[in-house]
Design a binder for this molecule. Sequence first.
Ligand SMILES: [Cu+2]
Length: 258
Amino acid sequence: MKKKAFLLAPAVALGLTAMAAAPAMADHAEGSYSTMLEEVNNSGASGEAWVDVNGSEATVTIKTSGLAETFKDGPYPHVQHVHIGAQGTCPTMADDANGDGIISTPEGAPAYGSVGTTLSLKGGTGPAAATDVTVAPSGGSYTYKRTFELNEKTQDALANGTAVAVVHGLNPANQPAAATETMSELAPELPLAATAPALCGPLQMMPAGGADTGVTSAGASSAGNDASEFGMIALGGGLVAAAGAGYVVRRSVVAGRK
Ligand SMILES: [Cu+2]
């Protein structure tokens, strides 16, 4: 009996270690992710993104406003992606490596990584479609919604917390001269402004049942969630409650002495 328990303990410990270190399996991405899209390059834009993963399928919703409206004489195309494989963060002006006043897409890569999924309107959703402006949503404000097979690299990045939603395309009118004088490293036929990031947000898992697009996640229910993050929040709340109780006790002691 004693020997059996002795053998069991290391096996359990090993199992836990393996779970933490193993690359995320596809079904670990199951769930809903969202982010507030913050402006990059002083684009003046704002937005929000949701990714609902069901099995290997994802429904992605992107809402934007304040983006560049027109390019030449047509609506301004905004290529958009889920970037993966780096810090899972958004770049800051400190990432403007060449100092031209614009964070280009490659300059942002140390923060958000490379293209894992292209959020195109139709056709392919892989990295190959990344700069295809003909399948990009367009205009200053839009709602994009599409359901498609999500590749495993992007699923893994969502599960690992390293997936970042990025919307590209700057208005040259509010950018330094380099925006139009320099061509894009990604699409040499386009000016730098066309492919530089305008909006960015790290995709984070939402509480269960909180995937209702159009409603801010702040009020979402977290009932019955098994994610460790919520365990941490519950624990934090408990600590705050305990500290509060101590404060009340101490105060009543002081009051009693009066
Ligand atoms: Cu991108």
